[in-house]
Design a protein around this ligand. Structure first.
Ligand SMILES: [Zn+2]
Length: 160
């Protein structure tokens, strides 16, 4: 279980339309039709890529390369994603990367008297709550973590 950082984006797993055609010059042309706000498991086609996804800001297609990136046990991409064309940077999570859905837990830290968001993988909502130390935290809500955390002028806003 981890605590969210300021810019956290959770991408749903999806199957993208990827087609290869003869380019007319003896080569192949690959056409990728991405689905924004999702990631695609391309390892069977390109083993050096952990995932394909779109930048949450500019939607450019990005491949997480095994030579420079890793995906941890929660599906979090490391190092932190930085989009060179648009400058966006933030934490990216791939939902169901390890075949279990990611849950968000909204908790009150009883010591700090602050609301915190935590994430964990679980088969269902009940199992997602099993790691919570109820002496340290009070539960506000638990649900599937799909969507964006964005910072706006009024503060942090969660859209799902
Ligand atoms: Zn971008």
């Amino acid at each position: 279980m981890i605590t969210e950082s300021s810019k956290t984006v959770i991408l749903r797993k999806a199957i993208w339309d990827i087609q290869s055609h003869d380019d007319g010059n003896g080569g192949k042309q690959t056409i990728i039709k991405p689905i924004p706000e999702t990631w695609f498991n391309i390892r069977s086609l390109m083993p050096n890529l952990l995932a394909l996804f779109c930048c949450p800001n500019c939607q450019i297609i990005t491949g997480a390369d095994t030579r420079v990136s890793k995906v941890d046990h929660l599906g979090k991409l490391t190092p932190r994603f930085h989009c060179i064309p648009c400058g966006f940077h933030g934490d990216i999570y791939f939902d169901e990367y390890h075949n279990k859905p990611l849950y968000a837990l909204a908790l009150i830290n009883n010591k700090k008297k602050e609301i915190e968001l935590h994430y964990t993988h679980a088969d269902n909502q009940v199992n997602a709550s099993k790691g919570i130390d109820l002496k340290l935290f009070s539960v506000i809500g638990i649900g599937r973590a799909i969507g964006y955390n964005v910072d706006d002028k009024q503060g942090k806003q969660l859209s799902v």
